[in-house]
Design a binder for this molecule. Sequence first.
Ligand code: ATP
Ligand code: MG
Length: 257
Amino acid sequence: MNIPRISSGIPALDNMLSGGFIPESSTLLRGAPGTGKTTFAFQFLIEGLRQNQPGLLVAFEEFPESLYRDAASLGWDLKSFEASGLLHIMFTSPEVFLHSLSTPESTLTRRLHEHNIQRIALDSLTHFTRITTNTHELRDIYNRVINGIRREQLTGLYLAEEMRSDFTADEKGRLSFIVDCIVLLRYLEIDSAIERAITVLKMRSSDHDKQIHRFTIEANDAPYASRIHIGPRLQGKAGLLAGLTERRIISNVRSTQ
Ligand SMILES: Nc1ncnc2c1ncn2[C@@H]1O[C@H](COP(=O)(O)OP(=O)(O)OP(=O)(O)O)[C@@H](O)[C@H]1O
Ligand SMILES: [Mg+2]
């Protein structure tokens, strides 16, 4: 069966996701600081503009000026997108957002319904860790956020800072178990240069690309052109996800074991 997909705005990422995000699904985008998480969120929401699917960016404890400036440096005029009525930006705190999401007549829920919002990006879930140090409580908060957004039938992109070097380590709040899809952004050291890499770790109800790909971020003047360029899969490198890359052919590694 061919399920319609929600485009990420990045054609190569859509291919990695077998066509795009599943409608009304939740995707966790994890990455170290500066790997490009907010840029992915812009790309996802701006693609919504192109497809007449209104979107909302929720920014926690971010200065509005820096968000507009960062977007402008990539060639996006967020104010003009907002003026079109298809992009909405909300600056709030995790506590207020959580409360508004579960309150039927809050400014947030009214806004979602009045503007027929279909895509949402939260920048970032990491801010919710400030509400509590209790792991069970944090898991409950994540469930309330993600289920609240599912209830509103939105396709959600949740940004989160990568806290540790090993992605397999158990994480606080067990976020990876709650979401439908996980995309991981990483810095890699390859031949003495720092590069960025992307991989899809998990995707419920769908096949997906299991390879690791390099990507770059480049400014562009065309509003809908992708600022993120994903290359072919990385080959012949060992230890990529642990960030331990070196110029080493995997078959050589095997032969010395
Ligand atoms: N105009 C530009 N041209 C090329 N690359 C850019 C441009 N503007 C930003 N970048 C790249 O994008 C990176 C930041 O991307 P972004 O803000 O999306 O990352 P992030 O993961 O959200 O960061 P943070 O963890 O700080 O929120 C910068 O470090 C820079 O390398
Ligand atoms: Mg960011």
